[in-house]
Design a protein around this ligand. Structure first.
Ligand code: GUN
Length: 283
C-alpha cells in the first residue's frame, strides 16, 4: 500500500514557518506585499486569486488585488505593472493566467521586474532556473521538490519521468529534478510508446490535465507518483491526472489530488514573496 504524500499538511507547516519570518520582517518595518492582478472574470482564475489572498492573510503578508475588466488594453495593463515595479512597498507581482484574448501573456510577463516576479515566469528567471542559479523557483515544481525532500525520497541517480512540457510545470520540473542529479526524461503528446517510457520511472511526475491519464500499466511497481493535474471529472469532482485507486496499489508513494501538489504550489508563492521582500530589505 502506498504512502500518501500529504501536501496539505506539509503546506500548513510551511505556512507557519513563513508566518513567523513575515512577523520578524514586519517588526523591522518591512511587511512583505504581493500585488495580484486579475484580468477578466474567469471563474477558475477568480477562485485561485481568492485562495492567494487568503494564504497571504494567514501569513501576515499584505496582498493587493487589482481586478481589471476583460476589455483592458495591453497598454493599461503594462502601465499598472510599471507602477507596481516602481513601488518599493510592493515586493511581488503576479498576473493571473490565462489572460483574456488580445493580451499577450509573454509581453505582460516580460514587463514584470525580474526581482518581483514571484511566479518565476520572466525569461530572465526562466534562464536562471535553467542555469541552476535562481532566487525564485517556479511554484509548482518547487512544491514538488519540497514534497520529495519532506518524504526523504532521493532523486540523485534515479530515473525521473515528467509527462507534460508546459513552461509553468513540465519544463522547469525537469530542470529542478536534473539539478537534484536525477536522470530526467520528458514525455509529451507526441512521445512514442509512452507507457514503455513511464514504466522506467522511479519518480513519475504527471502534468497533462487529463482525467485518468496515468493508468496502472504505465507505472513501475514501487515507483513514486506525483500528480500535478487538476481536472473536473464526469461527476463534477476535482481530480488529478492519475487513476488513483488502481495506481495507488502499486506505488511506494503517491500524492492525492486534490490535497497533494496544489497546497504546495500555494505555499511556494508565499515563500517567493517572502524572499522578494527579504531581497528588497537587503538592497
Ligand atoms: N494560472 C495557473 N497557474 C498559474 C500560476 O502558477 N501563476 C499564474 N500567474 N497564473 C496561473
Amino acid at each position: 500500500m502506498a504512502i500518501l504524500m500529504d501536501g496539505k499538511a506539509l503546506a500548513a507547516r510551511l505556512r507557519q514557518q513563513i508566518k513567523d519570518e513575515v512577523a520578524l520582517l514586519t517588526q523591522q518595518g518591512i511587511q512583505p506585499c504581493l500585488a495580484v492582478i486579475l484580468v477578466g472574470d474567469d471563474p477558475a482564475s477568480c477562485f485561485y486569486v481568492a485562495n492567494k489572498e487568503k494564504d497571504c492573510a494567514e501569513c501576515g503578508i499584505r496582498s493587493i488585488k487589482y481586478v481589471l475588466p476583460a476589455g483592458t488594453t495591453e497598454q493599461e495593463l503594462l502601465a499598472l505593472i510599471a507602477r507596481l515595479n516602481n513601488d518599493p512597498a510592493v515586493h511581488g507581482i503576479l498576473v493571473q493566467l490565462p489572460l483574456p484574448k488580445g493580451l499577450s501573456a509573454a509581453k505582460v510577463i516580460t514587463a514584470i521586474s525580474p526581482s518581483k516576479d514571484v511566479d518565476a515566469f520572466h525569461p530572465e528567471n526562466v534562464g536562471r532556473v535553467m542555469q541552476g542559479k535562481y532566487t525564485f523557483a517556479p511554484c509548482t515544481p518547487a512544491g514538488v521538490m519540497k514534497l520529495l525532500e519532506a518524504y526523504n525520497i532521493p532523486v540523485e541517480g534515479r530515473e525521473c519521468v515528467v509527462i507534460g512540457r508546459s513552461n509553468i510545470v513540465g519544463k522547469p520540473q525537469a530542470m529542478l529534478l536534473l539539478h537534484a542529479n536525477g536522470t530526467v526524461t520528458m514525455c509529451h503528446s507526441k512521445t512514442a510508446n509512452l507507457a514503455e517510457v513511464t514504466r522506467r520511472a522511479d519518480i513519475l511526475v504527471c502534468a497533462v490535465g487529463i482525467v485518468n491519464f496515468v493508468t496502472a500499466d504505465m507505472v513501475k511497481p514501487g515507483a513514486v507518483v506525483i500528480d500535478v493535474g487538476m481536472n473536473v471529472n464526469a461527476e463534477g469532482k476535482l481530480t488529478g491526472d492519475v487513476d488513483f485507486p488502481a495506481v495507488e496499489k502499486i506505488t511506494s508513494y503517491i500524492t492525492p489530488a486534490p490535497g497533494g501538489v496544489g497546497p504546495m504550489t500555494r505555499a511556494m508563492l508565499l515563500e517567493n514573496t517572502l524572499t522578494a521582500a527579504k531581497m528588497a530589505a537587503q538592497a
